[in-house]
Design a protein around this ligand. Structure first.
Ligand code: ATP
Ligand code: MG
Length: 332
């Protein structure tokens, strides 16, 4: 079975519709005929400031949202990144193979460092993609189901795997990205040229899986559009409407031309009202299940410990091989 690895950060209050449509839906589908490893990447989350208690809570909540969306701990390995030390250890080695210029070209670093300002821009944020490469390479991963925003990081992972292999001998599988069709990059409702992001400055542009249905309807109603009236798919000229149509199409499985035809002659208000309905129908059951799971944190912690044991065993093996190849003296 092909190995699949992916993760989400326990940053922010909840996963949002971009995380769900861009990645999580795919994760669930892959469980039938793959060997999936799904991680809550808390080491990544601290690359920008986090409140310790809030992050602990968000770590459980993120795992609960995976489960609520359909991740099955019997068929997937579900764990928390910081509970498997091999991730940080391999990242150090890969960092020594990463060019400074190469890392400087990562657009996520440029985006986030400009958003958080020079004060909060850390070396950890800079080396974020190196840690991500370690996550993926530790498990002999074949496929990485991520949103479109992670394309560049995946390229770096492939380069690092190839570089290590040619310098030290074949060690890592060179993974493939598995990115859903164009429409699954979801944009911020208030700023439809920026991707929807947990770490957005304002929650008003987000649709969170944990939001109350009323809040979701309100956010969609106040989504930024344009001064025309025509419901037409044009991401350049009408990014707000294009984003709403993309969300609509992805949630319902309908095509954009179908939707354009349906809203021909109707206004933005009709589109927004119907969209709110289909989104709420999709998201509400996940929210309810997550809240149920959060009532028993001890059970969540127990599930995560089982996952960490399974993951550690595999990760330790790869790390030991990599250390050997690099020339580290084995401890007797
Ligand atoms: P942060 O702002 O803290 O980076 P995030 O919203 O980008 O949070 P991540 O935890 O970094 O979320 O990413 C988890 C997964 O969700 C990744 O696979 C990423 O590609 C995907 N993803 C994130 N944002 C979007 C989006 N707007 N549209 C589609 N996929 C997305
Ligand atoms: Mg992100």
């Amino acid at each position: 079975r092909p190995v699949v690895f992916s993760g989400m950060q326990p940053s922010g209050d909840s996963l949002h519709l971009g995380n769900y449509l861009g990645a999580l839906v795919n994760w669930v589908a892959l469980q039938d005929d793959h060997d999936p490893i799904y991680c809550v990447v808390d080491l990544h989350a601290i690359t920008v400031p986090q409140e310790p208690e809030a992050m602990r809570e968000a770590t459980r909540r993120t795992a609960a949202q995976y489960l609520a969306a359909g991740v099955d701990p019997e068929r997937s390995t579900l764990f928390v990144q910081s509970q498997v030390p091999a991730h940080a250890e391999l990242a150090w080695v890969l960092g020594t193979l990463t060019g400074f210029g190469e890392a400087s070209r990562m657009t996520q670093f440029k985006d986030k460092s400009s958003r958080f300002g020079a004060e909060s821009t850390t070396v950890g944020l800079f080396t974020y993609p190196v840690l991500m490469a370690a996550d993926i390479l530790l498990y002999g991963t074949h496929l990485v189901p991520v949103g479109d925003d992670q394309r560049q990081h995946l390229e770096l992972t492939r380069d690092l795997a190839g570089r290590f292999n040619s310098r030290y001998g074949d060690t890592f599988v060179v993974p493939e990205a598995m990115i859903p069709k164009e429409s699954a990059r979801i944009y911020d409702l208030q700023e439809p040229t920026a991707k929807m992001s947990k770490s957005a400055a304002s929650p008003n542009g987000l649709i969170n899986l944990m939001d109350d249905p009323k809040v979701i309807a309100k956010r969609i109603r106040s989504a930024v559009t344009d001064t025309e009236r025509e419901v037409r798919y044009d991401p350049q000229a009408k990014p707000g409407i294009a984003n709403l149509l993309d969300i609509y199409a992805t949630v319902t499985g309908r095509t954009i031309p179908e939707l354009e035809a349906e809203y021909d002659g109707k206004g933005y208000g009709d589109l927004k009202k119907d969209l709110a309905e289909v989104v709420v129908d999709r998201v509400a059951p996940i929210r309810e299940r997550t809240l149920e799971l959060m009532e028993d944190p001890a059970e969540l912690d127990r599930l995560l410990a089982i996952g960490a044991d399974k993951a550690s065993e595999r990760a330790e093996r790869t790390l030991a091989t990599a250390y050997d190849r690099v020339g580290f003296l084995r401890r007797r």
